[in-house]
Design a protein around this ligand. Structure first.
Ligand code: 0GY
Length: 296
């Protein structure tokens, strides 16, 4: 099948902003190569190949040290491309997998050994067919026993309906892309307030302040998204994560320059302390806790 969205930027620029030593790109993907790791038959889009070598080259180019690779819907619950990338990373990548309800404990243990530390539940209707919440809850209860956490992807209009489910999940919950706020409605909109209240009231909920390129109405340099991310970074400095979202699946309007995305970071995390928390301390606590304990 032919790719049906823009290819990733072939030559991203060097960012002006220097990320702190040990920075983690906590949301990115690998796709294929399709000839080795075919895409899932049930996928809603077909990406271009975005293999691990390109991801690791981008990591080095942008000055990052590590990646958290998130299983995207185009690979369904076939985590082989993800596991292959983790194995090739020399311990510099951890994974977020998608699993089926009939996954065995042996398979979960195998994924854990490979470096997977979370599962992702996706509620974005254009990306997946719905999975009953009871099934997701059963999966959550099983994976937290392996010390994993849950990553959820949903859009702001679905937050109220999802809240009871989100609050019923055990362990740590990470929300992708700020819960996809309606940027045009501004930071005072009820739905963004509701999301902040959810985080204020539940200290187990974390958020990725990622994807200005997806959320923007105005386009680069993403002035309209910055206040959303900055609000969350300043309110919840020890529960925020940042990622490139490379290779930016499904982007049809414009393809971001990943160097320019890195240059958004000092605008959303304006002090060295906030930058270190966002890029190093928080992702290390969640994905490499054993290394943090050794360092401290
Ligand atoms: C992202 C965002 C998107 C795609 C996926 O799993 C996916 O296919 O998450 C999207 O289209 O918004 O996190 O990469």
């Amino acid at each position: 099948m032919t790719p049906d969205y823009l290819p990733f930027h072939p030559t991203p620029g060097k960012p002006d902003f220097s990320v702190p030593e040990g920075a983690v790109d906590a949301h990115c993907h690998v796709f294929g190569p399709e000839a080795v790791f075919p895409f899932a038959p049930e996928r809603k889009y077909t990406p271009v190949d975005a293999p691990k070598e390109k991801l690791f080259a981008l990591r080095d180019h942008l000055g990052f040290s590590r990646n958290v690779i998130v299983q995207a819907t185009c690979h369904g619950s076939d985590n082989r491309a993800l596991v292959d990338a983790l194995a090739a990373s020399n311990g510099k990548a951890r994974g977020v997998a998608v699993v089926r309800p009939d996954v065995s404990n042996d398979e979960l243990q195998e994924l854990n050994r490979a470096g997977v530390r979370a599962v992702r539940f996706n509620f974005v209707k254009r990306l997946v067919d719905a999975t009953p919440k009871d099934i997701y809850r059963e999966i959550a209860e099983r994976v937290v026993r392996h010390g994993w956490h849950i990553v959820v992807y949903f859009e702001a209009p679905d937050l109220e309906e999802l809240k009871p489910f989100l609050l019923s999940l055990p362990g740590t919950l990470v929300v992708d892309h700020m819960g996809r706020p309606d940027v045009g409605a501004g930071t005072q909109a009820a739905s963004f307030k509701s999301f902040q209240a959810l985080m204020s009231e539940n200290e187990n909920i974390w958020v990725k302040v990622s994807c200005p390129e997806r959320l923007t109405v105005a386009g680069p340099p993403y002035d309209d998204v910055v206040p959303f991310a900055r609000t969350l970074v300043e309110a919840f400095p020890d529960r925020v994560l940042w990622g490139t979202d490379w290779p930016h699946p499904n982007m049809k309007s414009h393809m971001p320059d990943d160097g320019a995305l890195v240059d958004v970071i000092p605008r959303i995390a304006p002090t060295p302390e906030l930058q270190r928390a966002l890029l190093v301390d928080n992702p290390m606590r969640l994905y490499w806790p054993e290394e943090r304990e050794t360092c401290s």
